[in-house]
Design a protein around this ligand. Structure first.
Ligand SMILES: Cc1cc2nc3c(=O)[nH]c(=O)nc-3n(C[C@H](O)[C@H](O)[C@H](O)COP(=O)(O)OP(=O)(O)OC[C@H]3O[C@@H](n4cnc5c(N)ncnc54)[C@H](O)[C@@H]3O)c2cc1C
Length: 304
């Protein structure tokens, strides 16, 4: 892999890190090594990386800020592309804000607030890139990012750029067609609403305080582990099933928010997977409902 790393590094401006521990790139602080972690500095870099993996026949995975990922303890084979801040330029024109996919959501919201553009307040505290947020259709407090999307530009695995509008992306609850396309989000244009920056700031603060009250932000996590079943809340079902505080190794169902599994220090992916199955079993036994995962499992864990 080191030879491949050198070969790829010579072709792009971005970083190439062989045998890179992915726990350094996930908010759960869990995950074994990527054979090659690559951080492109531009679309041209990205296209070059795609050509490289095609030439060499390497497996290929894309991540953003790793805030919705459970990466297996044995890591991920082949090339993992991290779309980060080097592909995160932000600009404002009228009511629209254009952000490179690697821009952190918090930074996009801050630029919008400064420009007197409201609508992103609900995203405060979601530790995502804008590319990951549109892919997952991140949402909170009854709002979701998909509703703000004007267009999304992707580079497909063949290296072609394509632009999609909101309707084409079929946004739903924690879903967008981007999850099915073999493509990487490189740019997002959002349509926002002119508003007083002070009013935007106040609303953002209220959302943030609510998060701090209700979520265990003092521990590494990936936010909600399970999707809410229609008309109900996964956290409520988990709590009533008696799973709050359940612990395997250093992975624990949070006492503060039952849909969070927190890493108390040295949790392994295998601990989290066992805990997920235990919680699912308890909820199924009590309510006859099988909870679906919101987090994405990457690497060769064999679980789903
Ligand atoms: C403390 C905390 C609070 C959270 N609160 C919320 C919340 O309120 N609402 C909510 O919806 N989520 C929440 N989350 C979960 C998470 O932040 C979101 O799912 C977020 O959208 C993931 O973005 P990311 O950049 O971290 O993507 P990652 O976790 O890195 O990736 C998620 C998925 O998107 C894909 N992906 C990422 N970037 C790209 C790209 N550029 N192109 C193509 N595919 C890509 C990946 O392959 C993967 O399948 C929370 C997480 C934490 C840790």
């Amino acid at each position: 892999m080191n030879r491949l790393a050198e070969e790829l590094a010579a072709r792009i401006a971005g970083r190439v890190l062989p045998n890179e521990p992915l726990k350094e790139h996930t908010t759960w602080r869990i995950g074994g090594p990527a054979d090659l972690l690559v951080e492109p500095a531009s679309r041209e870099d990205l296209k070059m990386i795609l050509r490289f993996v095609r030439e060499k026949g390497l497996p290929f995975t894309v991540i953003g800020n790793g805030s919705n990922l459970l990466v297996s303890d044995t890591g991920i084979r082949g090339v993992v592309v991290k779309i980060g801040e080097r592909m995160g330029a932000i600009s404002v024109a009228g009511r629209s804000i254009t952000a490179g996919a690697g821009a952190k959501l918090g930074r996009v919201a801050a630029v919008a607030q400064e420009a007197g553009l409201g609508g992103l307040e609900f995203t405060v505290g979601i530790p995502a890139t804008i590319g990951g947020a549109v892919t997952m259709n991140a949402g909170a407090n009854g709002s979701m990012i998909g509703d703000l999307v004007e267009t999304v530009t992707v580079v497909d695995y063949a290296g072609q750029e394509k632009v999609f509008n909101r309707a084409e992306l079929a946004f739903g609850y924690r879903y967008s067609r981007l999850q099915q396309l073999k493509a990487i989000v490189v740019e997002v244009v959002l349509g926002l609403t002119p508003d007083d920056p002070e009013a935007i700031r106040r609303r953002s603060q209220e959302y943030l305080q609510k998060r701090r009250r209700t979520q265990p932000l003092e521990y590494p996590s990936a936010g909600s582990v399970f999707k809410n079943p229609p008309g109900d809340a996964a956290g409520r079902l988990i709590e009533l099933a008696g799973a709050k505080g359940l612990r395997i190794g250093d992975a624990m169902v949070s006492e503060k928010h039952a849909n969070f599994i927190v890493n108390l220090g040295a949790a392994k992916a295998s601990d989290v997977l066992l805990l997920i199955e235990r919680v699912r079993g308890m909820v199924r036994a009590k309510f006859g409902i099988t909870l679906e995962l919101e987090v994405k499992i990457l690497g060769d864990s064999g679980a789903g």
